[in-house]
Design a protein around this ligand. Structure first.
Ligand code: ZN
Length: 151
């Protein structure tokens, strides 16, 4: 990755962590799940409203480091209007990306904004911050009542 690209990615992460998108609760009809990352102290609650198997609305609340907040912000922005299957696909693609398994894979082309988190794979302790919201999203989709933890 070039320094220029790295700086650009860094800017996007900082911008999203300072002004997170969809940072609000959804009504009682929405699915929700809570997630914790004890390693860093990140806490997130993800809300998702599914209608006809499509993501009608998705949002989050919580407190955490810049990476976890930016990741949740970008995730909610991307998921709106996607089908449940597309959401699952993005989860897998993102997981592969931040754990370093997605490099040079065909899916990389479809990452869009998620690509800003490519650098996270170089910092193993940060991977959990980045994937926390996605694991929590999956729990919300599956309707599990238990809190998710990265440990
Ligand atoms: Zn964190």
């Amino acid at each position: 990755m070039s320094d220029e690209l790295r700086d650009l990615y860094q800017d996007v992460i900082i911008e999203h962590s300072k002004r997170p998108r969809n940072f609000r609760e959804l009504g009682s009809e929405a699915h929700k799940a809570e997630g914790y990352n004890p390693l860093c102290g990140d806490e997130v609650t993800v809300y998702i409203d599914i209608e006809n198997d499509m993501v009608k609305d998705v949002s989050f609340k919580g407190s955490g480091c810049a990476i976890s907040t930016a990741s949740a912000s970008v995730m909610t922005e991307l998921l709106k209007g996607k089908s449940r299957a597309e959401a699952e696909g993005l989860f897998k693609t993102f997981h592969d990306l931040v754990t370093g398994r997605g490099k040079n894979g065909a899916d990389m082309e479809n990452l869009g904004k998620l690509a800003v988190f490519a650098g996270v794979s170089e910092f193993p302790t940060r991977v959990k911050c980045a994937v926390l919201c996605w694991h929590t999203l999956r729990a919300a989709l599956e309707g599990k009542g238990e809190a998710v933890t990265t440990e």
